[in-house]
Design a protein around this ligand. Structure first.
Ligand code: HEC
Length: 180
C-alpha cells in the first residue's frame, strides 16, 4: 500500500514538474519582441491598404479576422501571442485578466513592455499605444466614427467598449506566453 502511494506521488511529480518549470522559465525577450513586431507590422500594413482601397467598414475584417489568424500563424510550438484591450471591443477573446490589467496600467510610452510573472506564469507584454489617427476611425469618439462603421461595429460587438481613444493613449497590449 505504502509503495503504491509513493509510486503515485512520484508519477505525479514527474508529470507535473516539467510543466511547472516551463511556466517559470522567462520568455526569451528578443524572440517575443520579434513576434509582436511582426504582428504589429503585418496588421498596420494590411489595415492601411484595406482602408485606402475598400474603406473603413471593409477594414473591420483586418482587426477582427486577420489579427487572430496572423497571431496563430506567428505562434511557435512553445510561444503564443494574443491581444487584449484596456477597454475591450471583443470581450470574448480580448479581455485581460485582473493581473494583466494591473500590468497594463503601469505601461508608458517610455516603458512600453513588461517581462515577468503574471497569474503565476512568465509573460512578455508589449503595450500598444495609438500610433496615429487611422486607429481613431474605429476607436475614436463614438460620434466621430463614420456611420457605416458604427453600424457594423454595433452589430458585431453589442458590448463594444473600445471607443473614445486619442492618439498616444494605451489601447491594449500583445501578450506572449508559453503554450499551456
Ligand atoms: C476598421 C476599423 C478598425 C481600425 C481602423 C482599427 N481597429 Fe482595432 N479593432 C477593430 C475591431 C473590429 C476589433 C475587434 C477585433 C476582434 O474581434 O478580435 C478591434 C480590436 C482591437 C484590439 C484588441 C482589443 C479589443 O478591444 O478587442 C486592439 C489592441 C486594437 N484593435 C488596436 C488597434 C490599433 C492600435 C489600431 C490602429 C493601428 C486599430 N485597432 C485600428 C477595428 C478597427
Amino acid at each position: 500500500m505504502k509503495i503504491q502511494v509513493n509510486l503515485a506521488a512520484c508519477l505525479t511529480a514527474l508529470c507535473l514538474f516539467p510543466a511547472c518549470s516551463r511556466g517559470a522559465e522567462p520568455i526569451p525577450v528578443e524572440q517575443a519582441q520579434a513576434m509582436t513586431q511582426e504582428l504589429t507590422k503585418a496588421l498596420m500594413g494590411e489595415l492601411q491598404s484595406t482602408m485606402a482601397a475598400e474603406g473603413p467598414a471593409a477594414a473591420i475584417r483586418v482587426c477582427a479576422d486577420l489579427a487572430p489568424e496572423k497571431a496563430q500563424a506567428i505562434a511557435t510550438e512553445e510561444l503564443t501571442v494574443r491581444r487584449v484591450g484596456t477597454r475591450v471591443r471583443n470581450s470574448k477573446t480580448n479581455t485581460p485578466t485582473a493581473a494583466e490589467r494591473e500590468v497594463l496600467a503601469g505601461l508608458t510610452p517610455e516603458q512600453p513592455t513588461f517581462s515577468g510573472q503574471v497569474d503565476g506564469h512568465e509573460v512578455f507584454i508589449q503595450g500598444i499605444f495609438i500610433p496615429n489617427a487611422m486607429c481613431l476611425v474605429c476607436h475614436g469618439e463614438r460620434e466621430a466614427i463614420p456611420a457605416e462603421v458604427r453600424d457594423a461595429l454595433a452589430q458585431r460587438y453589442p458590448d463594444d467598449q473600445a471607443v473614445g481613444y486619442a492618439v498616444g493613449d494605451l489601447r491594449g497590449a500583445l501578450i506572449v506566453e508559453r503554450r499551456r
